[in-house]
Write a protein that binds this ligand. Structure first.
Ligand code: PMP
Length: 426
């Protein structure tokens, strides 16, 4: 494929935007080569500036469950824009989407909308600290909760892709309040809680991890965290920025039947527009300003265009629950096909999947960050460019999950499986 115009645009962008991109993973540093500049997208496909058509496996990093430019969402945004794009005043629409989200997600009474997943997680942690009167949090190596200071400690996603899981600019003072454990390791969490008695406000976790590739919680892990939190008076925060409204209408809490105290959302809840949210019980959420003393605010929070897109998306998912089944079936089909294609490969590999999140790791077994980091990045790079040249856009880093969308056809999936088989042959 030809990427001449993308390369030229990237050269221009680098003159005025650091690294030429507004979010690091997009720059293709992990896989080499120049990033693809998108012109438009519809359904399961991206159309780039050089006229290439690509099957999209990132779906804007998760949210576009129904595919790009889903007609009802586009129509809702258009109609809403005619009425004004922002007021900084309450609208009825905010209550409607809040009511819908509260009805879909277990264990939440109230929800506050923000503009990104980062804001959602950072605000949830502040609320947990304000609620418990404690300072420390526990996070897991390789989990990513946005680029707020207290999360850039052994963070996954772009932070680890770029070799800076601990970013300069995060003060020692902040870093000392973030305690680290390995994913799927309950003993480490217990040891931290014992050593920091009555000091840990919250444990924050991606209940199904997507930022070190896809990693599943082992049986009993999330239940164990719940029990430890109950024993120690610590809040359990599920970061469902990727999993919420994707793995099930009520997210991982519904799917794996584990209760969180606070839940954070992003992306999906905005139907592809910049939205995040955090939610919890009445008791905890009442500590938030203006009801309570924990401050949190946003000029564009609850933006009418974003709320219109989000409401339309959630309503569609709620009214068409068969979408979750269809996505699961498509991803299971892809999983099986990739497994068959890889079965003759003369290299270590494994596939992790839950619902419509899947990743192919070039190492034997991946259950935490240390095992994810063993993945062979040279093989990943070769695979990445082979797939790109075969017309598939995969996440351009081994430390990211693939996200399927329901606009994908079985023909698209077959092409992806065939391209993988061809890679193995080569
Ligand atoms: N939490 C998780 C689990 C995420 O995957 C991300 C983004 N990939 C974030 C938080 C941060 O979201 P945002 O990029 O919207 O700030």
């Amino acid at each position: 494929m030809i990427y001449k115009r993308s390369s030229a645009l990237f050269a221009e962008a680098q003159k005025v935007i650091p690294g030429g991109v507004n979010s690091p993973v997009r720059a293709f540093k992990a896989v080499g080569g120049d990033p693809i500049f998108v012109k438009r997208a519809k359904g399961a496909y991206l159309y780039d500036e050089d006229g290439n058509k690509l099957i999209d496996y990132i779906a804007s990093w998760g949210p576009l469950i129904l595919g790009h430019a889903f007609d009802p969402v586009v129509e809702a945004v258009k109609q809403r824009a005619e009425l004004g794009t922002s007021y900084g005043m309450p609208t009825e629409l905010e209550t409607k989407i809040a009511e819908l989200a509260v009805s879909m997600v277990p264990n939440i009474d109230k929800i506050r909308f923000v503009n990104s997943g980062t804001e959602a997680c950072m605000s949830a942690v502040r609320l947990a600290r304000g609620f418990t009167g404690r300072d420390k949090i526990i996070k897991f190596a390789g989990c990513y909760h946005g680029h707020s200071d207290s999360f850039l400690i052994q963070a996954g996603s772009g932070a680890v892709t770029f070799g800076s899981p601990n970013s300069p600019g995060v003060t020692q003072g902040t870093a000392k309040d973030t305690l680290l454990a390995a994913y799927n390791n309950l003993e480490e969490v217990e040891t931290l809680l014992e050593a920091n008695k009555e000091e840990v406000a919250a444990i924050i976790i991606e209940p199904v991890a997507g930022n070190m590739g896809c990693i599943l919680p082992e049986e009993g892990f999330l239940e164990g965290l719940r029990a430890l939190c109950d024993t120690h008076g610590t809040l359990l925060i599920f970061d469902e920025v990727m999993t919420g409204f994707r793995l099930a209408p009520g997210g991982v809490q519904e799917l794996l039947k584990v209760k969180a105290d606070l839940v954070t959302f992003g992306k999906v809840i905005g139907g592809g527009l910049p939205v995040g949210a955090f939610a919890g019980s009445k008791e905890i959420m009442s500590h938030l300003a203006p009801e309570g003393p924990v401050y949190q605010a946003g000029t564009l929070s609850g933006n009418p265009l974003a709320m219109a897109a989000g409401y339309t998306m959630l309503k569609h998912l709620n009214d068409h629950k068969e979408v979750f089944k269809s996505l699961e079936e498509k991803t299971a089909y892809l999983h099986k096909g990739l497994e068959a294609a890889m079965s003759t490969a003369d290299m270590p590999w494994c596939i992790n999947r839950l619902g419509s999140m899947i990743s192919l790791h070039f190492t034997e077994e991946v259950k935490d960050f240390a095992t994810a980091a063993k993945g062979n990045n040279d093989t990943f790079k070769k695979y990445y460019h082979h797939m790109l040249n075969s017309g598939m856009y995969l996440p351009p880093s081994a430390f990211e999950s693939w996200f399927l969308n329901d606009a994908l056809s079985y023909e698209d999936l077959d092409k992806t499986i065939e391209a993988t088989a061809a890679f193995v042959k080569q």
